[in-house]
Design a protein around this ligand. Sequence first.
Ligand code: C2E
Ligand code: CA
Ligand code: CA
Length: 326
Amino acid sequence: MQRQNFQVTCAIGISTWPYNGDEATLLLQSADLAMYHVKHLDSNEVHYQFYEEKMLVNSQRTLEVQQHLRNAIAENELYLVLQPQFSLDDSQALCGAEVLLRWQSKKLGLVSPAEFIPIAEKSGLILTISAWVLEQSCRLIKQLQEQFSNFPRVSVNLSGDEISVGLAKRINTQLTAFGLSSQSIMLEITEAQLVKFNDQVTSEIDQLRRQGVRISLDDFGTGYSSMSYLSSLRFDEIKIDRTFITKISTDKKILLLVKAIVSMAQALECKIVVEGVETTEELDCLTNMGIDVLQGYLFGKPMPCEKLVAHLNSGKYKILESSFNI
Ligand code: C2E
Ligand code: CA
Ligand code: CA
């Protein structure tokens, strides 16, 4: 038999008597909840966590969200919105859009994707949801291209579990089904997802790029990823995270950091997108820095496809000439 190395990690949940329960079952349940709180942390260190009351509230909410999310597609509760992106040149024309998922639950009201996507990921529901998002996104792109032949590329967010063997095939199947070119779509991968990449996943991404599908590195600056990923994987675009942009007009160090990220992205021949631009002060700081694309409430909030079409028809938005190249 071949010898193998196993890495053993340890997660400890702690509850105290009588504060977290006056009988053994309750104390064990509380310790269990506390243990699950630290179990998912990716590290070789021993982690421990004392039970806190909010953990019970959180776990009840998670269960509720998970339960209703199971039926969200069948109940027609999911829909997509588009957030426009504009070029930072004199034209300030529309050069792309990001597809964002929305869930209007009959039971829970409007639930933020920031809340339900992580729950969908933990419960395995994400694969069904992601497949739905990809198909519906392709349908939207087709509709937009039928109305505006030069409609720019549309970005779709990928979840971690989706980035696996077979990704390139799944994307191609959908593009072919809707008769779309590979330049019509850009895939967004967050920086935090990179640490989980292995050779097989890297080759899926390479295959997609060879076929002409562009890849964007989302939430850049928040994922603590090693710079070595940037030398081994090619990206077409880097999206500087909103947390930098909100501080850019008040914090000199952040301004310098953003400048450094821009030079690095330029050296790697990546386009640079800034997301979450909300004020003219932020925009002033970002102008003349070498940034290519702007996204944020200052220019347009995520909106239904019909509203985007209305803005294009009324002339409020103009499509960038040759925007497929952005
Ligand atoms: P993200 O990919 O970083 O998306 C950008 C988020 O920032 C969106 O929130 C957008 O509405 C918000 N945003 C854009 N401009 C501004 C601004 O100027 N100010 C502020 N305060 N916010 C701005 P949203 O739609 O709530 O999405 C949150 C996250 O949920 C996304 O972050 C993404 O990680 C995830 N998500 C959304 N849709 C999908 C999807 O279809 N698939 C997957 N896997 N994840 C998705
Ligand atoms: Ca994104
Ligand atoms: Ca982002």
